[in-house]
Design a protein around this ligand. Structure first.
Ligand code: PXP
Length: 246
C-alpha cells in the first residue's frame, strides 16, 4: 500500500499562545519541529475570528517552512484574497460558524455548487491544490468532483466521537461509510484525505483504508505534546499509521 502522508495541524499551538497574548509558544517553531519529526505537511486554519492562527502566522509559515502548507479556510472573499496573495501548496475549504468550538461538519458542496465552482477556480489557476472538507456522503463527493476540486478530505469527527462515547456499532457503521466513500472518491479520480478528532486509539482503522493518501491531525498531537513532547507524539502517530498500512 502507498505511504500515507501525515499533515500536522498547528492551530492549537496558537490557541495556547493567544491565551496570554504573548509571542509564545510559536506555531512556526512547532511546524519546524514537526518537519524534523517526520511530518509530511503542515496545516493551519485561519478562522474568520482569528481565534488561533493569525495573518502574521500565515506570513511566517509561508516564509519559513520547507514543507507544503495546507491552508484551511472558509469560502469567503477575504480568505480567497489571502490565499491568492500567498499561494500555498494546498487550500482546504471548510465550513465555518463563529459559535462552533471546532469545524463541526463537512461543507455542504451539493447545496452551494455553483458558487463554490466559481470560488475555487481562481485558486486552482493560482496553482493551489484545492481540497474540500466533507462528510462521507456520496452526494457531497460527487458535487466536489463536479466543481473541479482535486482532493476531498473526509471528516472523521463522527467516527471519533462515536468511539469516545462507546457507541461501537454506530462507530463501525461510520467507518464502513468512510471506507465506501473513500472508494467512491478514488474511483472518480479525487485524491482522498481524512481528518478531525483522530487519536492514537482511532487512527489505525482509518489509516488502513487503502485509498487514503493523507491524514491531517492536530488537537490530539498538540495535547499529547504537553506530556511527551511534540516530536515523540508525532513519531508515535507515524508508527501507528505505518503499522495500520501493513
Ligand atoms: N482537517 C480539517 C479540515 C480540520 O478542519 C481540522 C481541524 O482544524 C483537522 C483536520 C484536524 O482536526 P483535529 O485538530 O481534531 O485533529
Amino acid at each position: 500500500m502507498n505511504r500515507l502522508r501525515l499533515g500536522v495541524n498547528i492551530d492549537h499551538v496558537a490557541t495556547v499562545r493567544n491565551a496570554r497574548g504573548t509571542a509564545w509558544p510559536d506555531p512556526l517553531r512547532a511546524a519546524l519541529l514537526a518537519e524534523a519529526a517526520g511530518a509530511d505537511g503542515i496545516t493551519a486554519h485561519l478562522r474568520e475570528d482569528r481565534r488561533h492562527i493569525s495573518d502574521a502566522d500565515i506570513e511566517r509559515l509561508m516564509a519559513g517552512l520547507s514543507l507544503p502548507l495546507n491552508f484551511e479556510m472558509a469560502a469567503t472573499e477575504e480568505m480567497q484574497r489571502i490565499a491568492l496573495r500567498h499561494r500555498p501548496h494546498a487550500v482546504c475549504i471548510v465550513p465555518e460558524k463563529r459559535e462552533e468550538r471546532t469545524t463541526e461538519g463537512g461543507l455542504d458542496v451539493a447545496r452551494d455548487e455553483n458558487r463554490l465552482a466559481h470560488f475555487i477556480a481562481p485558486l486552482r489557476e493560482a496553482g493551489c491544490r484545492v481540497s474540500i472538507f466533507i462528510a462521507a456522503d456520496a452526494a457531497q463527493i460527487e458535487a466536489a468532483h463536479r466543481i473541479g476540486a482535486e482532493v476531498v478530505e473526509l471528516h472523521t469527527g463522527a467516527y471519533c466521537d462515536l468511539h469516545a462515547e462507546g457507541r461501537l456499532a454506530e462507530r463501525d457503521a461510520e467507518l464502513d461509510r468512510l471506507r465506501q466513500m473513500a472508494g467512491l472518491a478514488d474511483a472518480l479520480g479525487l485524491e482522498v484525505h481524512a481528518g478531525h478528532g483522530l487519536t492514537y486509539e482511532t487512527v489505525a482503522p482509518v489509516a488502513a483504508l487503502p485509498e487514503l493518501r493523507e491524514l491531517n491531525i492536530g488537537h490530539f498531537l498538540i495535547g499529547e505534546a504537553i506530556f511527551v513532547g511534540l516530536a515523540p507524539a508525532i513519531g508515535e502517530m507515524r508508527v501507528r499509521m505505518d503499522a495500520a498500512r501493513g
